[in-house]
Design a protein around this ligand. Structure first.
Ligand code: SF4
Length: 308
């Protein structure tokens, strides 16, 4: 009897063949679906993916499995390569909360105040910034600036986290991540009561009342490193639930509790194996950034990479 092939295995085989033909590399964010993470050449957080995109030598094509601003950042740092995003609708609502016209207006009201743009911004907003940051390095970046005040955008929660660790005045932007906003303090308290030995680890995009309950506040890359090195056997995790796949894969002897089943970023989940295959077959959807925006946006990212 002939066994039917698992459709996911078959798709992964087609992708592997095309990846070689196209000389492509697959970069995936830690929030991607498990099956995407499993076929990626490199998985990481925004900072790790930016560094990887800048250092790529071996590939002609980058297939970016993440959301639009991340693919744009890869194109800024690797302009000579073709960068494809399998679904151009994979946006970020937090990015959309800082439209470039409003950023320009606010900048004009604050002469002499540097703009620190979280990487979760569109390229045209990065082009308005003095320097970029990620959740892993936001405190370090703000503290590296000589000015007593900074405009931090678009995430008010990350900005408030930075404010706890700097003497500078952090002027906030009213943006937030809808996925992390769904993590609620009463849920954390309930889980802590159920698992008193568990360590609470949350992302700095969480609200301040959730952060107050955490033992560690870490970016996704830092969480993965921390989980490998920490003696903790059980961990309550406060971030997008895609990270649980990698945490469990890398630490099979440990237990990870998701705070809420609702912490799913629907945009991250738009990337599927089928769409990766179609992207490689049709060489779509190409990410392009006009030169007038790319030059200043790249400078803001490179400024960040020089500090960290
Ligand atoms: S998890 Fe939040 S910040 Fe990240 S892409 Fe989704 S909406 Fe944007």
């Amino acid at each position: 009897m002939k066994l039917a092939t698992d459709p996911q295995v078959e798709l992964a085989q087609h992708i592997a063949r095309l990846r070689t033909e196209r000389k492509a590399i697959l970069l995936a964010h830690n929030y991607q679906l498990p099956e995407i993470q499993d076929i990626a050449d490199f998985i990481g957080d925004s900072l790790e993916l930016s560094r990887r995109a800048a250092a790529i030598e071996e590939a002609e094509v980058i297939v970016f499995c993440g959301v639009w601003f991340m693919a744009e950042t890869a194109k800024l740092l690797s302009p000579q390569r073709t960068v494809l995003i399998p679904d151009p609708q994979a946006g970020c609502p937090m990015c959309d909360m800082a439209p470039v016209e409003e950023v320009r207006k606010r900048k004009a009201e604050l002469p002499g105040v540097p703009v620190v743009a979280y990487v979760n911004t569109t390229a045209d907003v990065k082009a308005e910034a003095d320097i970029c940051c990620t959740s892993a390095n936001a405190v370090k970046i703000v503290n590296s600036l000589p000015n007593p005040r900074v405009l931090f955008l678009p995430d008010k929660n990350l900005g408030l986290w930075v404010q706890r660790h700097t003497e500078k005045e952090v002027l906030l932007w009213p943006g937030y991540c809808p996925t992390h906003q769904r993590i609620l303090a009463p849920q954390v308290k309930r889980l802590k009561a159920q698992h008193p030995d568990a360590v609470v680890v949350v992302h700095p995009e969480c609200t301040p009342d959730v952060i107050d309950l955490a033992d560690e506040v870490l970016s996704t890359g830092q969480m993965l490193r921390w989980a490998r090195e920490s003696p903790a056997r059980s961990v309550i995790v406060g971030t997008e639930l895609g990270i649980i796949h990698r945490l469990e894969k890398e630490n099979p002897e440990k237990t990870f509790y998701q705070i809420s089943k609702l912490t799913v970023c629907p945009n991250m989940k738009r990337i599927t194996l089928e769409k990766v295959l179609w992207a490689l077959e049709d060489m779509h959807f190409r990410v392009e950034v006009p030169e007038g925006i790319a030059v200043p946006a790249r400078r803001a990212i490179e400024q960040m990479l020089e500090v960290v």
